[in-house]
Design a protein around this ligand. Sequence first.
Ligand code: 7PJ
Length: 312
Amino acid sequence: MVRSAGAIFARLPVIVTQVKDTISVGPLQLPKPALMGVLNVTPDSFSDGGRFDTLDRAVAAAENMAAQGADLIDVGGESTRPGAEPVDTDEELERVVPVVEALRARLALPVSVDTSNPTVMREALAAGAQLVNDVRALSRPGALEAVAETDAAVCLMHMRGTPLTMQANPDYAEVVDEVAAFLAQAVQRCEAAGIDRSRIMVDPGFGFGKTLQHNLTLLARLPELESLGCPVLVGLSRKSMFGQLLDRAVDERLAGTLAAGQLALDAGAHVLRVHDVAEHHDMRQVWRSVRRLQIQSTKKGRPGIADQGEPG
Ligand code: 7PJ
């Protein structure tokens, strides 16, 4: 079919507003906002069956998340929930590396490894992982070097204390300033070790040594982390902050998680780390569709969200 120039130009604004933002971090190109699907490979997450059964189930879970709209898969073999005990290197390697290998062989999505252990980082990156997600911000001896030796991306998260002790009595004079200062210093340590800023994402670490009030304040003031100049990743999924705020068990926190996730997107978050990919995929679609119209109307000088009153 031959179209007139007029018909083509008439469609142009539509085409332009459909162009997706992208996030570029190290070797990764992700849509903005991106969804990181959580794949736990701790024994309690796949309790029965032998090794191959575990592997098959992990791959099936990741394939399911990919079909539901995940943009990358975060593989973790160490539980970092409050009160969790550390796991030894051999055990973590055995849990994580075969899964990373299998996902790279069978899935088109990039893979991230949720670890603080430099040996696990090295082996997982050699097996094809492209992002190190470290809740301890590469603070373990050898971790900076393990990432610097490669071209992988890294996510630096803020935590106060250790998973065993962090929720005992978290205390800050000014939580947002302290988290931002910690992350700025972690970024500098990386740069000094040869990890370029363009490879780094930052994360305020919801629930890691924070009270409910700290978590809410960090979410409310998330845009302040943009001054670090790195994409911001947030992990809110099913966290105890929703248990406290709503009096809900872990499996009843999806609505709270989605509301907080939407606020995080409004505040400029680049990546959401989530368990419930399908629901976040829908939320993102609704958010994007309205966001586009908000941006267009703001450009025309119409009132924005700051002009609405206080909530009741
Ligand atoms: C996070 C994480 C998070 C990043 C976990 C849980 C606890 N990594 N790993 N950010 N949380 N970057 O999922 O409840 O918030 S494990």
